[in-house]
Design a protein around this ligand. Structure first.
Ligand SMILES: Nc1nc2c(c(=O)[nH]1)N[C@H]1C(S)=C(S)[C@@H](COP(=O)(O)O)O[C@H]1N2
Ligand SMILES: [Mo]
Length: 319
C-alpha cells in the first residue's frame, strides 16, 4: 500500500517467537458460541457464566468446502504481523497497541437500502448461522500472504435479515472512528473512518465471511475484533476490521485506499497476477514463514467460485 511502501521495502517480518498457546490467550470460543446459540443474553460477556456452560460445539469444526488444504500460518504470525492503520502503520503496531480497543457491548448497524434496518450485537450476529471454520488465504497487496483458520458466518445471512431493497447495488463497510481508542486516527494516514465496499453480488457470495474468530478463538483486537470481513479473493485491504456500520447503497461507495490513491488501489481489488500495481509486479507472493516466493493465482485461487461475477469485465480497467 502506498504508505507502507516507504517503510516496508522488503517483506521482512518479526522473528518467529515461540508460538503462543492459543487456548491461554482468551476464554473458550466454543463455550461462548454455544451460549449465544442458546439465546442466552451475555451482556457483560461474563467469564463465569461462560465457564459454567458445558454445551457442545456451536460451530462446525469440520473444514468447510471452501477451506484450503494448505499449511496454516502460525498463530503468532497471524497475530503479530498485521495491517491496522488505526493503531499505526507499522506491521507490529497493531499487536502492540490494539489492546486499547474496548469491544464490550459492540454493535453493528445494518442500514441504507433495506426494508428492515437493524442494530445487531455480536451475539445476535453469531446466532444467525452456525459458525464455520474456514481456512482462507489472505493475500496482501504488498506481496505477502498467510493461511488463516477463520471463524465466522456468510455475510449473506446478515444481509438477508434486513431485506435489501431493489436499489441495493453495493455494500459499504465502515470501521470504528474513535481517536481516543485508536491512536493512528490522530494522524491523517488515511481518511477516517476506514471505509470499504463490495458490489452486492460480491457481498452475497458465499465466500464472503463475517468473521468473529480465528484458530478457534475470538478475534484478537489486532485482527479486527469483534467483527471483521474476510473477502478471500481480494487483496487484504478489502477485509475491513472492527466494523460498526454496514450500509447498502445504490451508488458505489467511496473506499479509503481508492480515495487515498486511485491510480494504485481500485474499487474491485481482485487478486490478479496479470495486473501490476503501478510500482511493482503482483505476479508473486511470499507466504509468511517461507523463503521462496510462489506464483500468485488469479482471484487468489478462488476462481471457481467467483470468476462468474466478472464475466465480460475488463479486469485491468476494473482493478
Ligand atoms: N479498519 C481497518 N481494516 C483493515 C485495515 C486497516 O488498516 N483498518 N488494513 C487492511 C489490510 S491492508 C490488510 S492486509 C488486512 C490485514 O488483516 P490481518 O492483520 O488480520 O492479517 O486488514 C485490512 N483491514
Ligand atoms: Mo494489505
Amino acid at each position: 500500500m502506498m504508505r507502507l511502501n516507504s517503510i516496508f521495502k522488503t517483506d521482512t517480518r518479526p522473528s518467529e517467537i515461540t508460538p503462543k498457546k492459543v487456548l491461554e490467550s482468551r476464554r473458550s470460543w466454543m463455550k461462548y458460541g454455544a451460549l449465544s446459540l442458546a439465546g442466552i443474553a451475555l451482556p457483560a460477556r461474563s467469564e463465569d457464566a461462560v465457564k459454567e456452560k458445558k454445551s457442545p460445539l456451536s460451530f462446525d469444526k469440520q473444514k468447510s468446502k471452501y477451506s484450503t488444504n494448505e499449511e496454516k500460518s502460525s498463530y503468532s504470525d497471524i497475530t503479530s504481523y498485521n495491517n491496522f492503520y488505526e493503531f499505526g502503520t507499522g506491521k507490529e503496531d497493531p499487536a502492540q497497541y490494539a489492546h486499547q480497543l474496548n469491544t464490550d457491548g459492540w454493535t453493528v448497524e445494518v442500514v441504507g437500502e433495506v426494508l428492515k434496518p437493524r442494530i445487531f450485537d455480536v451475539d445476535q450476529m453469531m446466532s444467525l448461522a452456525p459458525l464455520e471454520e474456514r481456512i482462507y488465504r489472505l493475500r496482501c497487496v504488498e506481496a505477502w500472504s498467510m493461511v488463516i483458520p477463520w471463524l465466522g458466518l456468510p455475510l449473506s445471512k446478515i444481509l438477508n435479515e434486513v431485506q435489501p431493497t431493489g436499489n441495493a447495488r453495493f455494500v459499504e463497510f465502515v470501521s470504528l472512528h474513535d481517536p481516543e481508542q485508536m491512536p493512528g486516527q490522530r494522524r491523517p494516514s488515511l481518511d477516517w473512518p476506514y471505509t470499504e465496499g463490495l458490489r452486492i453480488d460480491e457481498a452475497m457470495n458465499p465466500l464472503t465471511l463475517l468473521t468473529m474468530g480465528l484458530y478457534g478463538e475470538l478475534l484478537p483486537n489486532q485482527n479486527g475484533a469483534p467483527v471483521r470481513l474476510v473477502v478471500p479473493w481480494k487483496y487484504g485491504f478489502k477485509s475491513s476490521k472492527s466494523i460498526v456500520t454496514i450500509r447498502l447503497t445504490e451508488h458505489q461507495p467511496r473506499t479509503s485506499w481508492n480515495h487515498s490513491n486511485p491510480s494504485e488501489y481500485g474499487f474491485y481489488s481482485n487478486v490478479n497476477p496479470n495486473v501490476s500495481h503501478p510500482r511493482w509486479s503482483q505476479r508473486k507472493e511470499r507466504r509468511i514463514g517461507e523463503f521462496f516466493k510462489r506464483d500468485t493465482e488469479l482471484f487468489n485461487g478462488y476462481a471457481e467460485w467467483v470468476s462468474g461475477m466478472y464475466g465480460g469485465m475488463d479486469l485491468s480497467a476494473h482493478f
